[in-house]
Design a protein around this ligand. Structure first.
Ligand SMILES: [Zn+2]
Ligand SMILES: [Zn+2]
Ligand SMILES: [Zn+2]
Ligand SMILES: [Zn+2]
Length: 367
């Protein structure tokens, strides 16, 4: 992630909605793809504070109404589409009459915006049905429905919401946005890490399997990840929760959960690929290492650099008594899987017609 600058010169960050130095309101401009100062206009709208852009903007409806978004929409399209290019994908939002849900929703949307930044940076295709994308991408942020069994007037059943993906529909149980609940799950499940952005990066991996692998390159996928038809997903799920992962899983998988089924292996590896791209992007933009453009860089070179940085970040994190930032070990079979994903990303990018970096956000190699 890169940082930005307010018109006053102050450095600003992706999640900011106000400049702490001059008090200007900030918003992400869909035209110049920058976090900019929002300069009020006489008509009640805003002008992009980037002097090379000056686009006429309106705040996203969720920015105005709920203050859970910091993006803008173009003033010319605001009448028919008042949600920004991220919020428009949320089909189900939490029940805002429940205390605490607004905060959880804000965290979910914040993680989702970072996900879209990753996807845009790589130039990957995604969209709704109206954008001609099949499967259409959409998000449901839902809570478990708990109804007491002994309450004679209660209608309907209790419903457990499972975080997962189904043909473009990504469902996230909103308790994942509660730090206490999520950490409890992490410990119960013996995971090295459990984060909101991690959920989004994993589930979007399933989406890209449907979009870029299914019916396109399944034999090539099977050669690297194994046969997704044999055993079936349901059988694999049963076996995993009955027997757990094989003790030697670290020799060929990125995580224990990846051993469950080739689809989960793909999603887990995809999530790690996005972690790596995001980390290299952040370090490139903050002067920590040699800039690496993921579109032009060799996968093995990126993995080597990511591992080198991972050791440093883990040691820093341990010195604060925090969890490891990069817990994964990149053994050779995992690197082969990452290479498959890297090539898939390049193909997806071509399919998207993105022959140039999608945003002005890619670090330039060699500078
Ligand atoms: Zn400022
Ligand atoms: Zn702009
Ligand atoms: Zn929005
Ligand atoms: Zn999954």
């Amino acid at each position: 992630m890169r940082s930005f600058h307010c018109t006053c010169g102050n450095q600003t960050f992706f999640d900011n909605s106000q400049c702490v130095a001059c008090g200007n309101e900030l918003g992400f401009c869909p035209s110049c793809r920058e976090l900019v100062a929002l300069l009020p206009t006489a008509t009640g709208g805003f002008q992009c504070g980037n002097s090379e852009c000056n686009a006429e903007l309106q705040k996203c409806f969720n920015y105005v109404e709920h203050n859970i978004c910091n993006r803008c929409v173009s003033a010319s399209t605001a009448l028919e589409q008042n949600l920004c290019d991220c919020c428009r994908f949320s089909e189900t939002i939490p029940d805002l009459t429940v205390e605490g849900n607004l905060k959880k929703w804000a965290r979910l949307e914040s993680a989702k915006r970072r996900l879209f930044y990753d996807l845009d940076q790589l130039g990957l295709p995604y969209g709704k049905a109206s954008d001609g994308i099949d499967p259409p991408l959409r998000f449901d942020f839902k809570a478990d429905v708990i109804r007491p069994n002994d309450f004679w007037r209660s209608f309907g059943k209790s419903e457990n919401v499972y975080t997962g993906h189904d043909t473009g529909q990504i469902t996230i149980n909103i308790r994942e946005a509660d730090d206490v609940e999520r950490e409890k799950l992490r410990v119960d499940l013996g995971e090295a890490q459990r984060t909101l952005i991690g959920h989004f990066r994993h589930e979007i991996g399933h989406f890209y399997w449907d979009l870029l692998v299914k019916g396109r390159c399944e034999p090539e996928f099977i050669a690297v990840f194994g046969d997704h038809n044999q055993p079936t997903y349901a059988d694999a799920l049963d076996a995993y929760y009955k027997n757990g992962p094989a003790p030697e899983w670290r020799e060929s998988y990125i995580s224990a959960y990846a051993t469950m089924h080739p689809w989960e292996d793909f999603a887990e590896t995809w999530a790690s690929y996005l972690d790596m791209i995001s980390t290299l992007d952040t370090t490139s933009h903050n002067g920590l290492d040699n800039p690496m453009n993921p579109i032009e860089s060799d996968l093995v070179a990126m993995v080597t650099e990511y591992q080198r940085l991972g050791i440093i970040f883990n040691e820093v994190s341990r010195s604060f008594g925090l969890l490891d930032v990069v817990p994964e070990i990149f053994v050779s079979p995992v690197v082969d899987k990452l290479e498959f994903i890297h090539q898939l990303v390049l193909q997806g990018r071509e399919m998207n017609g993105a022959l140039q970096p999608a945003l002005n956000t890619l670090a330039t190699v060699g500078t």
